[in-house]
Design a binder for this molecule. Structure first.
Ligand SMILES: Nc1nc2c(ncn2[C@@H]2O[C@H](COP(=O)(O)OP(=O)(O)OP(=O)(O)O)[C@@H](O)[C@H]2O)c(=O)[nH]1
Ligand SMILES: [Mg+2]
Length: 283
C-alpha cells in the first residue's frame, strides 16, 4: 500500500514500541505519542510473560494502534524488526522506534521527524553522547557501562556515530526495508541496534545524530540482565564479521566481478533505491 503523495513525514509516521512488562507505561506513552503525532500508526510488540501489557493497549481501543503479543522473550531487536515489517505493510513512509518507559521523550518526535527529512537522512539517531545531550538519573555504574559499550562498538565497527545503543531513531522507508530484509541475524536483543547501523552504513545510507535528553525509567522493571550483556558481546563479534563480508561484496561489485549474492539484499543505497520501486515517489 502506498501513502498518499501529499502526506508530510509526520502524517505518514509509523512508531514501533517494543515492550517487556510495560503495562504501567504503555497506555500513557501511546497517548503521549498521539498528542504530538495524531495521525501516527503505532505498533507495540510485546514479549511479556503475562497479558497485562497487551491488554493495556487493547483497552485503549484506538484504530491505528495495534499490539502483537509473542509467546517468549524474543529480544528488543527482534521485536523492533517485527514491528517495522508491520509498519511497512501499513504503508508508513517514515518510521520511528522508541522505548516504552519514557526514557525517550515523546515530545521530541516531531523535531526528529522534521530534522531527518530536512537533512535528507535515512537514519537519525537521538544521541545521548553529543555535547548538548543529557542523561538524567542514571547511576554512575550505568553511565560507565553504557559509555564504555559505545566506545567499544565504535572502535570495532567504526560507524561515525557516538551512540550505538539508544533505541530512539527515525528511519526512511528504504532504510526500514533493508532492516526488515537483512537485520536480526546477529542477535535478537539490543545488539540489533548496532547491526542496523552497520547494514545501513555499509550500503551508503545516510546516517546522522542529534542531541536528546535520556531519562531513567521511573516505572516498571529493567529487562537488562547478564545474559543480554553476554549476547551483545557475541553479537558485536558477529557484526564485525558481517561488516567485513559486506565490504568484500561491495568491492567485488565495484570491480565488476559477477555478483555472488544472487537474490541477496542490495549492496548499496543506490541499488536499494532502484530496486525498492514501490515507493519511488518519496525517495
Ligand atoms: N518485545 C520486547 N521488548 C523488550 C525486550 N527487552 C526489552 N524490551 C523493551 O525494550 C525497551 C528497552 O528496554 P529497557 O528494559 O528499558 O532497557 P534499558 O533502557 O537499557 O534499561 P532500563 O530502562 O533500566 O530497564 C523497553 O520498552 C522494554 O520494555 C524483549 O525481549 N522483547
Ligand atoms: Mg529503559
Amino acid at each position: 500500500m502506498s501513502p498518499p503523495a501529499a502526506q508530510s513525514p509526520i502524517e505518514s509516521l509509523g512508531v514501533v514500541v517494543p515492550t517487556y512488562r510495560e503495562a504501567g507505561n504503555v497506555g500513557r506513552l501511546i497517548h503521549a505519542i498521539l498528542a504530538v503525532a495524531p495521525r501516527a500508526k503505532i505498533v507495540v510488540v510485546d514479549d511479556s510473560p503475562d497479558l497485562a501489557t497487551r491488554d493495556a493497549v487493547l483497552a485503549l481501543d484506538l484504530p491505528d494502534v495495534r499490539v502483537t503479543h509473542r509467546d517468549s522473550k524474543g529480544g528488543r531487536g527482534s521485536a523492533v524488526i517485527e514491528g517495522i515489517a508491520q509498519l511497512l505493510d501499513l504503508g508508513c513512509a517514515t518510521l520511528l522506534e522508541m522505548d516504552a518507559d519514557f526514557s525517550h521523550p515523546p515530545t521530541q518526535i516531531p523535531d526528529l521527524v522534521r530534522e531527518a527529512q530536512q537533512r535528507g537522512l535515512d537514519l537519525l539517531v537521538a544521541s545521548r553522547y553529543l555535547p548538548q545531550s543529557e542523561i538524567r538519573d542514571w547511576p554512575l555504574s550505568r553511565r560507565l557501562f553504557s559509555k564504555s559499550s559505545n566506545l567499544l562498538a565504535r572502535a570495532v565497527l567504526g560507524v561515525p556515530i557516538a551512540d550505538y545503543t539508544n533505541g530512539f531513531r527515525v528511519y526512511s522507508r528504504p532504510a526500514a526495508q533493508i532492516i526488515r530484509d537483512t537485520c536480526g541475524k546477529q542477535g535478537r536483543g539490543f545488539i540489533s541496534l548496532s547491526e542496523i547501523l552497520v547494514n545501513l552504513h555499509s550500503r551508503d545510507f545516510r546516517i546522522g545524530e542529534t542531541p536528546t535528553v535520556f531519562v531513567n525509567r521511573t516505572r516498571g522493571e529493567s529487562s537488562v540482565n547478564f545474559q543480554e550483556i553476554k549476547n551483545a558481546a557475541t553479537g558485536l563479534v558477529k557484526i564485525w564479521s558481517l561488516q567485513r563480508r559486506l565490504r568484500g561484496e561491495r568491492e567485488r561489485v565495484r570491480l565488476g566481478a559477477s555478483d555472488p549474492r544472487g537474490v541477496e539484499p542490495p549492496s548499496s543505497r543506490r541499488e536499494a533505491v532502484e530496486l525498492l520501486s514501490d515507493h519511488r515517489a518519496e525517495l
